[in-house]
Design a protein around this ligand. Structure first.
Ligand SMILES: [Mn+2]
Length: 421
């Protein structure tokens, strides 16, 4: 079997064949032992030095590292008629390494690190196909702790641009014949995002939060959708998260096409046209005791003509969970926040590398859930599963028969990080 990293990174071009090989080897080593320290995962001093040299190299950028995987992601997406482009932001918190140069502030004065905004491409069955775009930025001290409203607003506007940029890059990179649905949580409930011109193959599916002014007798969005008739009821399976267990929820469905008015504070308001969106409200009427009822307000540019269409949007929105898993894997799985890399630049390079590793782990988990009993050699080569068995069992002799995929992924997960669910 061809080694996965070599095949995944076949398009990588770091300007030098040895550098390409070094990256491929590093990605493979880190994916085999994601929670180990870099020296442990690399195995030898020479390989460890090579890894740190690569991350310190002045000849390459973090984007060069990401490029190979992004291109393979585009290829995988070509096989799909419809893909979900799931965007979200996370904090890469390195507060415990205050010496790191060039990092910025996160959500308050005492935490610092990098802001990371990723776009994950998934199939409409929830297969994680890869990371197509990642934006990394730091916040300046001036942006923080200054109560002046104007500054606050400028900062918000600057940062909300990331959703529009993510959308534009995704639409540019993916094939035009693919229908692309950008999925995001309520942070992306931004008028400019709805208003931005999009090619016909591109759609939005965003969780709404603002009670916007609408062209409707009820005047406001929340009241307008609630005043509309119930169209039907559906059942959805809700994935667990730290605040709630997994469960089946019964949801009441409303949907309506509603015209969103241009926000009052918008500059050049008179020149801007209102935006028509399909609004879906899915509410749980009888949640289990002690659990907050689901109330999902979704705003979409997709056509909704039936409860089935609405249910399909809700199902697609539930796959947004994948990006939460992805960021979680990237941070706690790969322990990227614990790397002591001294500069923001090196941290960005490591982040680009671990981003590929985290996707691979997410994909392996998906595969293992789909095909738990197949032989792990369908996705891991002999060296990989043998070294996995040896490290986990602490027995130097690997078993004769390769474990099942589920057992193998459990072994990777057993290194106390990403939970099996
Ligand atoms: Mn978010």
């Amino acid at each position: 079997m061809e080694r996965w990293a070599a095949s995944e990174l076949r398009y990588v071009n770091l300007g030098d064949a040895r550098r390409n090989k070094r990256l491929i080897k590093l990605v493979e080593d880190l994916a085999a032992q994601p929670t180990s320290s870099v020296p442990q995962a690399c195995g030898t001093l020479a390989a460890t030095t090579a890894a740190y040299d690569l991350w310190s190299s002045p000849y390459i950028k973090a984007a060069d590292i990401s490029h190979g995987h992004s291109k393979s992601t585009v290829e995988r997406a070509k096989a799909e008629e419809i893909v979900l482009a799931i965007q979200d932001t996370t904090n890469m918190d390195v507060t415990s390494h205050p010496g790191t140069k060039g990092i910025g502030y996160l959500d308050h004065k005492k935490s610092f690190g990098l802001k990371v905004h990723s776009t994950l491409i998934a199939s409409i069955k929830g297969v994680p196909l890869g990371i197509i775009d990642q934006q990394i930025w730091v916040r300046d001290i001036e942006d923080l702790g200054i109560a002046k409203k104007r500054r606050q607003r400028q900062k918000q506007e600057k940062e909300s641009q990331r959703w529009l940029d993510g959308l534009e890059r995704t639409n540019t990179l993916l094939a035009k014949k693919t229908k692309i649905i950008t999925v995001a949580d309520s942070e992306a409930d931004i008028f400019d995002l709805f208003h931005q011109e999009r090619p016909d193959n591109c759609h939005l599916l965003i969780r709404g939060t603002h009670n916007r002014r609408v062209n409707h007798t009820a005047n406001y969005l929340h009241e307008a959708i609630r005043s509309s008739a119930v169209r039907g009821k559906i059942e959805v399976s809700v994935k667990r998260n730290p605040e709630r267990p997994a469960r089946i929820a019964k949801l009441t469905i409303r949907y309506e096409t509603i015209e969103i008015e241009v926000p009052r504070n918008k500059i050049g308001r008179s020149q801007i046209k209102p935006v028509k969106l399909q609004v879906i409200l899915a509410e749980e009427e009888n949640p289990p005791s002690g659990i907050t009822a689901i109330s999902w307000l979704l705003l979409t540019t997709l056509e909704i003509n039936s409860v089935k269409d609405a249910a399909r949007c809700i199902e697609w929105y539930t796959y947004r969970w994948l990006i939460e898993r992805y960021h979680y894997t990237l941070k706690s799985g790969c322990r990227i926040e614990e790397l002591q890399l001294e500069t923001a630049r090196r941290l960005e390079m490591a982040l680009a590398t671990y981003s590929i590793v985290a996707w691979r782990l997410l994909w392996l988990t998906y595969e293992a859930r789909q095909n738990p009993d197949i032989c792990c050699e369908t996705v891991l080569n002999t060296v990989e599963w043998q070294s996995l068995c040896v490290t986990v069992s602490k027995n130097p002799i690997p078993p004769k028969i390769p474990p099942t995929l589920r057992a193998a992924v459990r072994m990777i997960a057993s290194r106390a990080w990403f939970s099996w669910s």
